[in-house]
Design a protein around this ligand. Structure first.
Ligand SMILES: Cc1cc2nc3c(=O)[nH]c(=O)nc-3n(C[C@H](O)[C@H](O)[C@H](O)COP(=O)(O)OP(=O)(O)OC[C@H]3O[C@@H](n4cnc5c(N)ncnc54)[C@H](O)[C@@H]3O)c2cc1C
Length: 594
């Protein structure tokens, strides 16, 4: 990919980006804002009034709502025009996913259909397959599902036992097996089913129609949350799948499954941002209304702290997610300019930013869990009542850390991909890591005494990156090819990496905003950034110290602990004052304020 605007996936660790090269949510164009408005209206007028019914397993109503979304054009956003969709870019579909995120369990049905249920055909289908299925999936005439997980094969998805045996005349496969936890399974017309052909090493993918003989759809699972999304087991008993319904290459299904998940993960990040904003709005509505000790509870410092923190974390997740999404769109365009067809370019773009997609998923799902938890706390006893939206939001949030690859698997993807790219020489991590080592041996440079706001933040971020390079470099040297067995160290590296990327995305957004709107319009965002960088420094230090204390000894350990202190040193911040001002803005607007 030759695109000097955009860093390659993972390269942020060793290179800086200019604010001019990141996309921020304040830059949506008119068309994107219109689509967002349509989605908001749809959620408000059709999804939310029906949420109790769909959460009580009214699957006919769920199906109708998905089809209604299709009529509004919300299912075909990423489907090219030649297949009767709208051919919009990833940023646009992300904005719609974000707005849908306020729709509780409905967002799960929506995302499974538009993402993992539709895109395998778009990216890997033959022309005939695309013509046959995509227009119907884009309109909502067909609903899609993605059937990878089995009772014995979850995180280790390629170990699935489902089998497809090719007939002697080569015209059809006989499919047998069981799939589990299938979203939309109870309402889907088309399923992407993964199974091994004969004794192949890897899965293959098939387009299967739910109406075919031999398919039994199990009962709806009784779940902790997202109860309105259909989740079932599906049984395949001697199902005849026409040979032309093999999707992509034989033995290539596992690759399809993983590549499609890159997009699923990214979109999940957007959905969690939308859900978090909605919970913040209902929390502040309640906190402004509810009085105790003759005072609206929003006026108490403890509640202000919560509100401010909820907003800061959501702003960080949003900045991270849209930055990564635009990077993917830029990469897709660059690949197309090099002569790649759009489907392949899209896959390559997503693969290129697999690290960032995993970060969007993990960060978004974890900040949402924090936000819903504090939301329930702000509601007090009412937060525990099934009558309130925060109670539903609390239960619905939890799944996000489990599906689309658990957060443990995604943390390993972040670090594993980065190391792979470093070893292949795609990203030069070695020279900067060596430079950090040399810097540690030398005398600290106190020469740079800049007082410029953004320069200081950039300096802090460069130092966070040095902290990561120091820990990761030493861990690679110590464990070499056994590093993959040291999951605790990998997880520390993943968290340091993710927090740094989030902090950098936050900073670049605020810097860009200042250039767009003027310094007097971003005072609050700067306060939020101050708090975020200050907190991130402390977290990175804790993660780094834990790792160093666990695997280094003697002088090496002392040297690295000193380095960790140096690389995470940031100016003190009046975090209480800053959070109060941020909360006051939320209180005044009585909604998520950005
Ligand atoms: C509501 C819901 C909807 C779903 N929708 C779909 C769908 O539409 N299609 C589909 O195919 N699947 C779907 N899934 C399945 C989902 O993707 C899996 O549940 C998930 O991938 C985890 O697999 P598992 O449940 O078997 O857990 P396991 O893989 O058994 O994991 C259990 C725990 O062990 C950890 N673990 C596993 N391996 C490792 C490792 N190597 N290192 C460290 N930790 C590890 C996990 O992180 C987790 O904490 C859905 C699940 C749910 C609950």
């Amino acid at each position: 990919m030759e695109n000097n605007k955009t860093l390659k996936g993972g390269e942020f660790l060793v290179k800086e980006t200019s604010y001019e090269n990141v996309f921020i949510p304040e830059e949506f164009n008119e068309e994107q804002n219109m689509m967002a408005e349509t989605t908001r209206e749809f959620v408000k007028t059709q999804v939310l009034p029906n949420i109790d019914k769909i959460d009580n397993h009214d699957t006919a109503l769920l199906k109708k709502l998905v089809k209604d979304a299709g009529e509004l054009g919300l299912l075909g956003i990423s489907v090219p025009e030649e297949y009767e969709g709208f051919g919009q870019n990833t940023v646009t579909s992300m904005k719609v996913a974000e707005e849908m995120g306020a729709g509780f369990s409905f967002v799960v049905a929506y995302s499974a259909h538009t993402g993992i249920g539709t895109l395998p055909i778009l990216y890997y289908g033959t022309e005939e397959q695309k013509k046959k299925y995509l227009p119907k999936l884009a309109s909502g005439e067909y609903i899609g599902a993605y059937c990878l997980t089995e009772p014995g094969a979850g995180s280790d998805a390629n170990s699935g036992k489902s089998k497809a045996i090719l007939s002697d005349d080569g015209t059809y496969y006989t499919l047998n097996g069981v799939k589990m936890w299938i979203t939309n399974g109870g309402i889907a017309d088309v399923q992407i089913v993964y199974a091994k052909i004969n004794d192949d090493k890897n899965l293959s993918a098939f387009i299967v129609e739910s109406a075919w003989d031999g398919i039994t759809i199990g009962a709806e699972e009784e779940k902790m949350g997202i109860r309105g999304s259909s989740t079932v087991q599906i049984y395949y008993e001697n199902v005849k799948v026409p040979a032309e319904n093999l999707l992509g290459k034989r033995d290539g299904g596992f690759k399809i499954a993983l590549n499609i998940l890159n997009l699923g993960r990214l979109k999940l990040g957007g959905g969690t941002v939308g859900a978090a904003k909605a919970v913040i709005t209902s929390s502040i509505n309640y906190a402004n209304e509810r009085k105790q000790f003759k005072t609206p509870i929003a006026q108490f410092g403890a509640i202000k702290h919560k509100l401010a923190e909820m907003v800061i974390l959501t702003f960080a997740a949003e900045s991270l997610t849209y930055r990564a999404t635009q990077n993917i769109d830029d990469a897709i365009e660059a690949y197309i300019a090099e002569g790649m067809d759009k489907g392949k370019a899209s896959l390559e773009g997503l693969r290129q930013y697999a690290i960032e997609a995993s970060m969007a998923k993990v960060y978004g799902s974890e900040i949402l869990d924090y936000v819903v938890d504090e939301g329930v706390q702000i509601y007090g006893g009412m937060g525990y009542s099934a009558e309130t939206d925060v109670e539903r939001a609390y239960r619905d949030s939890r799944i996000n850390r489990i599906f689309e690859g658990t957060n443990e698997i995604n943390r390993m993807v972040m670090v594993g991909e980065l190391l792979k790219r470093a070893f292949k020489g795609e990203i030069d991590v070695l020279s900067p890591a060596k430079a950090v080592g040399e810097e540690l041996m030398g005398i600290p440079d106190f020469g740079d005494t800049t007082q410029d706001y953004f320069e200081l933040k950039k300096k802090a971020l460069i130092n966070f990156k040095k902290a990561i390079l120091m820990v990761a470099g030493a861990a690679v040297q110590k464990y070499q090819d056994k590093l993959q067995n040291e999951q605790e160290i990998l997880f520390v590296a993943a968290d340091m990496l993710m927090l740094t990327y989030a902090a950098e995305s936050f900073m670049l957004r605020v810097e860009k905003l200042e250039h767009m709107k003027g310094a007097d319009k971003v005072e609050l965002q700067k306060l939020m950034l101050d708090v975020y960088i200050y907190d991130t420094a402390a977290k990175i230090k804790k993660f780094g110290d834990d790792a160093v204390n666990s695997f280094a000894e003697g002088n090496e350990r002392m040297g690295m602990l000193t380095g960790m202190k140096r690389f995470t040193k940031v100016d003190g911040v009046n975090v209480i004052g800053a959070r109060r001002k941020i909360a006051d803005k939320v209180i005044e607007e009585n909604k998520y304020p950005f």
